[in-house]
Design a protein around this ligand. Structure first.
Ligand code: HEC
Ligand code: HEC
Ligand code: HEC
Length: 475
């Protein structure tokens, strides 16, 4: 009895003591300087890119925006401090668990469309600042974002539990000791808040980042996020430090390439707002990262600098014998299409304008790549990116050109200005339009489901046999 009482007392004292202990260790979340630091951490983490309203002009962090995943659309929730629609009544522990372990407040798993496997390594100080900002620096908005409904069986959030066992680590971030202090800061930003690997690292069959191939190049919604390791041929080893910094800050590095697609968003919402010291640190880390080489690549993508233009004058209305092609909007003559749709900005010779406002198509990572994904996606989707150096805008041609036409103009560009061994087919364009190749997981799904059904049938058969066997013995 005495023992029981003392245990109860000990438990009680623990219950009473632990919250105050936890609070002691926590900062004052209403502190102005902490909130301001949290705003900067949120920028580095690019929370706004996903947790935005459907309308780009909508309130910040209100959610509702659908993130296209190969398994279906995943809706980003409202993370404003609204108590009814957002995370207003979350404790720091709830927030920390969502960010690092991928758990909702009710304990259900989040889908890794929320990059918690990367945020896992965020420092405690940064996480506290982030929480202070979301609780006290963001305006609460009481609009709930719609629920996510993925097709069966992916709608079962419990499926993520074994996935987390396999692919989520609890290890705190640890910088590589041999790196300079500057590169270590860059490594922290790249591997945690910047979640660069969520696009730039290839994924395995179960769609987890392949740990041995960090930053080796990944596919994302039709785009290819290139290899950004230090390899001089397949990666960014041939980029100067200042070119990398310019690319991250402005979205363009003359003589290398421009940022479109998801990279344009990362530049617009996050990277251009980082302090220069952080951009320098990221560049320093990329240049010091472990190189990964693709054996198919023999020279850097930006090193195809020889233009081989044809005389486009012959293709201009009134000059040529082929005027009929102009009356036919379905022409699949790449030279015609280039003269009509591209030359006005990129030049007949593909050299763009001197100031690179209209960039050259020679000596560009997009036209010199082995993988033409980004060339196709740029033609389909155009470029729309605002940064300190202005508004980069190229119209999207998805609605104006058929798959065969996009392929024809892409091949003209490759033949004349880029890596002529790369080629594009109408089927590749159709796949890109549909959001990129299906991941293996989805391709295997009918097969896996068949296997699961078979396993269920066997279990059912065995248990029926067992129970009917028992019955007959009893009866
Ligand atoms: C690449 C897109 C993406 C980025 C970047 C991102 N999130 Fe998320 N986040 C999501 C998605 C999608 C979900 C919901 C996933 C689900 O439904 O399983 C989510 C869920 C959450 C949740 C859980 C909310 C709830 O109601 O359960 C919190 C909290 C959160 N994110 C905070 C953040 C913060 C803070 C940042 C920036 C440091 C951030 N997220 C960056 C996509 C993103
Ligand atoms: C949402 C996906 C996404 C995220 C997150 C992302 N990138 Fe990218 N990145 C891309 C895509 C797609 C491209 C190709 C863009 C193009 O060619 O228009 C790219 C291109 C680049 C390039 C140019 C490389 C080349 O050879 O063309 C660099 C450098 C780069 N990213 C660095 C980073 C860094 C550093 C981070 C993290 C701070 C990051 N990216 C985060 C998708 C992403
Ligand atoms: C109205 C002007 C305009 C037209 C027309 C136009 N573009 Fe562009 N293009 C741009 C701008 C602006 C950029 C992005 C510049 C930046 O990001 O700083 C761009 C970027 C590109 C890039 C990426 C270059 C790189 O280095 O990564 C490619 C490839 C490209 N355009 C191809 C085409 C093709 C092919 C056509 C015709 C089907 C075309 N463009 C039509 C203005 C145009």
């Amino acid at each position: 009895m005495k023992f029981l009482i003392s245990v109860t007392a000990a438990c009680l004292s623990l219950v009473v003591a632990s919250p105050s202990f936890a609070q002691d260790a926590q900062p004052d979340f209403t502190d102005k300087a902490l909130i301001a630091r949290g705003a900067a951490v949120a920028t580095a983490g690019d929370c706004a890119a996903c947790h935005r309203a459907v309308e780009p002009s909508g309130p910040q962090y209100v959610g509702g925006y659908e993130i296209a995943s190969p398994l279906g659309a995943i809706v980003a929730p409202n993370i404003t401090p609204s108590k009814s629609a957002g995370i207003g009544d979350w404790s720091f522990a709830d927030f920390d668990r969502a960010m690092r372990k991928g758990k909702r407040r009710d304990g259900a798993n989040l889908y890794p469309a929320m990059p918690y496997t990367d945020y896992q390594g965020v420092s405690t100080a940064d996480m506290q600042a982030l929480y202070a900002y979301f609780m006290h620096g963001v305006k609460p908005v009481d609009t709930k974002a719609p629920e996510t409904h993925l097709p069966f069986p992916f709608g079962i959030r419990m499926l993520m539990t074994p996935w987390n066992w396999m692919f989520r680590s609890d290890k705190p971030f640890k910088a590589t000791e041999t790196l300079s202090t500057q590169a270590q800061r860059g490594q922290y930003l790249v591997e945690t808040l910047g979640h660069c690997g969520s696009c730039h690292t290839p994924r395995n069959v179960l769609m987890a980042e392949k740990s041995g191939e960090a930053l080796g190049g990944g596919d994302i919604g039709g785009w290819h996020a290139p290899n950004i390791t230090s390899d001089p041929i397949s990666g960014i080893g041939g980029w100067r430090q200042d070119e990398l910094v310019a690319y991250l800050r402005d979205g363009r590095a003359p003589g290398k390439g421009v940022a479109a697609g998801g990279m344009a968003e990362a530049v617009e919402h996050s990277l251009q707002h980082l302090p220069d010291a952080d951009l320098e640190a990221i560049a320093a880390y990329l240049k010091a990262s472990d190189p990964i080489r693709n054996p198919d690549e023999k020279r850097p993508a930006f090193a195809w600098t020889q233009a081989r233009p044809i005389k486009l004058a012959a293709y201009e209305p009134g000059n040529g014998t082929d005027e009929a092609s102009y009356a036919d909007s379905s022409t699949t003559d790449g030279a015609f299409l280039y003269a009509g749709a591209c030359a006005s900005c990129h030049g007949r010779d593909g050299k763009g304008t001197k100031d690179h406002f209209y960039p050259p198509l020679v000596g560009s990572v997009t036209t010199g790549a082995v993988n033409p994904a980004n060339l196709i996606m740029t033609i389909l989707g155009g470029v729309d990116r605002k940064s300190g150096v202005g508004h980069a805008f190229m119209p999207a041609f998805a609605d104006q050109m058929s798959d065969a036409q996009v392929a024809a103009v892409a091949n003209h560009v490759l033949q004349r200005f880029g890596r002529s061994q790369t080629s594009v087919t109408a089927t590749m364009v159709a796949t890109a339009r549909a959001g990129g190749p299906e991941p293996l997981l989805l391709k295997l799904m009918p097969w896996l489901m068949g296997l699961a059904a078979l396993a269920l049938a066997v279990v059912a058969y065995v248990s029926i046999r067992k129970s009917s066997g028992r019955k007959s013995r009893v009866g």
